[in-house]
Design a protein around this ligand. Structure first.
Ligand code: SF4
Ligand code: SF4
Length: 149
């Protein structure tokens, strides 16, 4: 199965990915409305992308009392009709994979298996790749680094 993988060492912080995402999903060019968040550390001088990891055993799914979230294949889907925007998923996600802005819950839906952000990333810092042992290990290392932040 394919997943969206991030390569922070290649990220320049241009935020084109987030702009493309917000335009596609909300008709607005606002990086805060993108499902991918680019965070800049001014002191250490690096950028890092926060995006939903589409976990197998997802905390967001567990805490959603309205059953608005469910894992289907390689994506955790949010049902807009069931969601009451209580933000419990935002609080529960350990990876900052879902956030809220202007009363909306914003989370990657992989654009139905063809993520637009990847097409707008000219440096290769985002890839839609087939899962492999190597990148799964890399993803685990990234996730545990994020948990330590
Ligand atoms: S929102 Fe967070 S907990 Fe839920 S699938 Fe994405 S990364 Fe995992
Ligand atoms: S904000 Fe919506 S998706 Fe998130 S926990 Fe609440 S009901 Fe579920």
């Amino acid at each position: 199965m394919k997943y969206l993988y991030t390569y922070p060492e290649k990220c320049t912080g241009c935020k084109l990915c987030a702009l493309a995402c917000s335009l596609k999903h909300f008709g607005e060019c606002n990086p805060k409305m993108g499902a991918i968040n680019i965070v800049r550390d001014e002191f250490e001088r690096y950028e890092i992308q926060f995006v939903c990891l589409q976990c197998d055993d997802a905390e967001c799914v567990r805490v959603c009392t309205k059953k608005a979230l469910r894992k289907e294949g390689n994506v955790v889907i949010r049902d807009e009709k069931k969601c009451i925007r209580c933000r419990m998923c935002v609080v529960a996600c350990p990876y900052a994979g879902v956030h809220s802005f202007k009363g909306k819950i914003i989370k990657c839906d992989t654009c139905g298996g063809d993520p637009l952000c990847v097409k707008f990333c000219s440096t290769g810092a985002l890839k839609w790749e087939e899962e492999s042992m190597e990148i799964t290990e890399r993803r685990k290392r990234l996730a545990s680094a994020l948990l330590k932040r």
